[in-house]
Design a protein around this ligand. Structure first.
Ligand code: BTN
Length: 333
């Protein structure tokens, strides 16, 4: 296997803010040769970053982005979330934020461990898929929690976290965000993000839960194409939802982290019951004809919300079926 390209953090920081920088100025600032700059530019391009070469002037990002900064995010967190943070890290690159937190010891009771990465080399999606997010193009975040005695309906935690994430995005002005059972953040029929909950522990003993969220912020065309080629539905990003304005990624990260941590704290005491009504108001499938794929099985019917355990209620020829896992698609999409 070819070695993974290693990004130059300094180069990322110099280019992220936008503007054209000559190869010579970059080489000087980084203390490397111009040939080395050229190689590093090629590496960033391999990681999905669109870099334009401006004739006679130098390089610039096609889509400048705000670098994630732990210090800035910390100042933007809600007080309720801040009070519960046991550890908080922002990494430039990691295999998967979920994998990293699952491999670490769980945080102390009632506290959260948060890991955010600019780039994941092996981002994990639901149902064994991978999660694609080029450098600077999304938010990749995981939050770990330790449930000493698992609350009721732990299987519906991902749905509750969807409510927390959607509310966080609404508070930033992305009012069109809805939820698609079980764990997608959507705007209309386009996927904006997704949630992946993973767990270690026994069913009725202490559980170490890691909830990962990926949100598309400003996806380059090539990334959209590769996501579509992998058989994914239509995708959207926050930039599209704000008519082209470049989102402030630290604000987005802080709001999502606050929403997810507050949701975990509330879920621990009340389970899914306090989130179910809110979930229903965000349910993009409600009353729609859908197709649900669960493993080899395919079921059609009208989506009628979720039950107290987060299972999808599907009505077909007058009979109500309960679906606990699967992938739902709108028939009109
Ligand atoms: C989905 O398939 O819709 C769920 C995607 C979840 C992606 C996030 S990105 C941060 C965290 N780390 C991972 O490896 N996956 C989740």
């Amino acid at each position: 296997m070819a070695p993974r390209p290693v990004m130059n953090d300094g180069l990322v920081a110099l280019l992220a803010g936008g503007g054209v920088r000559s190869g010579e100025a970059l080489a000087r600032a980084l203390g490397i040769s111009r040939a080395a700059v050229w190689k590093q530019i090629a590496t960033l391009r391999k990681l999905g970053v669109e870099i334009e070469a401006v004739a006679g002037q130098g390089y610039r990002l096609a889509r400048p982005f705000e670098l994630l900064d732990a210090g800035v995010i910390a100042t933007l967190l809600s007080d309720a979330a801040s009070a519960r943070i046991a550890s908080f890290e922002v990494l430039r690159s990691v295999d998967s934020t979920n994998a990293r937190l699952l491999a670490a010891p769980p945080p102390p009771e009632g506290c959260a461990a948060v890991c955010i990465a600019e780039y994941q080399t092996a981002g994990r999606g639901r149902r064994g898929r991978s999660w694609v997010a080029p450098l600077g193009a999304g938010i990749c975040m995981s939050v770990a929690w330790r449930f000493t005695s698992p609350p009721p309906q732990l299987g519906a935690l991902g749905l509750a976290m969807g409510v927390g994430a959607a509310r966080a995005l609404h508070s930033l002005g992305y009012g069109l965000v809805q939820l698609k059972w079980p764990n997608d953040l959507v705007a209309g029929d386009a996927k904006l993000g997704g949630i992946l909950s993973e767990m270690q522990g026994e069913m009725d003993g202490p559980a170490h839960v890691v909830v990962g969220i990926g949100v598309n912020v400003d996806l380059p065309k090539a990334a959209r194409e590769s996501i579509a080629a992998a058989g994914n539905p239509r995708v959207t990003d926050l930039r599209e939802l704000s008519d082209g304005a470049v989102p402030a990624r630290n604000d987005v990260a802080a709001s999502l982290a606050s929403g997810l941590i507050e949701t975990l704290a509330r879920f621990e005491v009340a389970g899914f019951a306090t989130f179910r009504a809110a979930w229903s108001t965000l349910d993009v499938l409600a009353g729609e004809d859908v197709v649900v794929h669960s493993g080899e099985r395919m079921q059609e019917g009208r989506a009628c919300g979720v039950d107290q355990d987060g299972a999808l209620m599907l009505e077909h020829e007058g009979r109500m079926q309960r679906i606990v896992a699967g992938e739902a698609t709108l028939r009109r999409a």
